[in-house]
Design a protein around this ligand. Sequence first.
Ligand code: BGC
Length: 443
Amino acid sequence: MPQATFNFPAGFLWGAATAAHQVEGGNTNNNWAAWEAEPGRILNGDRSGLACDWWGGRWKEDLDRAAETGQNAHRMSIEWSRVQPTPDHWDEDALDHYREIMRGMLARGLTPMVTLHHFTDPLWFYNQGGWELENAPELFEKYVSRVVEALKEYVSLWVTINEPNVYVVSGYTGTDFPPGKGDMNAAFTVLRNLVRGHAAAYQAIKRIQKNSVVGIAVNYRSFKPACAASPFDSLLARFLHNSYNDSFTRALKTGELHFAAKHVAVPEAAGTQDFIGVNYYTRDLVRFAPLASRDLFMKRFFPKDALLSPTGFIAHVPDGMFEALRWANGYGLPIYITENGVEDAADELRPRYLVEHLHQVWRAANFNFPIKGYFHWSLVDNFEWERGWSQRFGLWGLDIQTQARIRRRSVDLYAEICRQNAISSDTVQRFAPEAYPRLFPEA
Ligand code: BGC
């Protein structure tokens, strides 16, 4: 069997990603806490509850785990509703808590990447209209300034907004996330305000910290025509790519926001990103469906031959990662993979998913795409939004009754890759032999 070692660039960041609401626990002051309390919103009536109890201090043990298993970075988020629980009150204890976590990361040799908005909004902001408010960008900017002032001695790598496309599509064109609007006009207003909010935050961070590196994380979904010869399928796949994947980052480059058939100029957003953050999970095939008027005349489904995650949420399509990175590379900016992973409680697919996706990252790095780091979603099982606890994305499992962590085999696989800054054929053979022929084919 052919043997080889695929080396990653020197100084590559290897980490996992988490988000405040999904790991902290015990928050009753944001829109998700309210949403979870409404019957029927979350699968099986699940609640985030104590989550991974990071607010209670278990971030320490989890970050120990990350550092002890070869990771050198961690992406986490700050919870706006903790820092600014009411419009006129800033909670210094909460800021101190986050400062302590930052010091904890640095002490463990973990470079922090900090997200300022990861899906949740403070209740006071949400109840006034949230991101539909004309002054939402200014309100966000105030919060961002406060956080950056507080953390600037520890952090210089910032994600202003996580997956604005998912936020809008799930909460405003769709109904899975709060406020469950299902309203295209509201969706466009929110998208525009998120662009404005990002731009305001970008400028504020630069004012406070000149050497900061600031971007967003976009959820990149690969869309391919179900039938390559069909001009309709191809047009629809392109339409989805443009609207879903590309619109936000394009607006941050050009100052022009295009979404579906809508357009607005946001000139202050032009040139406000220092890197492209890519969250890649899976691919959809798209088929023109003339009768499906409620679904924009299309059907989306996973490639037939792809392995699926246990709940059928993710199809294993590693070359979509390469496609995502090629798209990101088109921007001529440094690239971080800010999320990638699979829900898999039994850890059967994850080892293969991990090595085959990282193989595509390695390939992309060899085309000189400027890829700076990879953050696996996630470090430990956490609260999966409208899917509650039904999906398990952690390298470590979590017993939510006891808070016990369960070491999955992928922990040790990922540790070897992080420590070696490489994928070796030996590692693949021991942890994901199914991937061997694809990664190390016979000549
Ligand atoms: C989100 C995470 C989420 C993950 C898996 C991403 O879209 O940023 O918060 O947990 O997907 O569903």
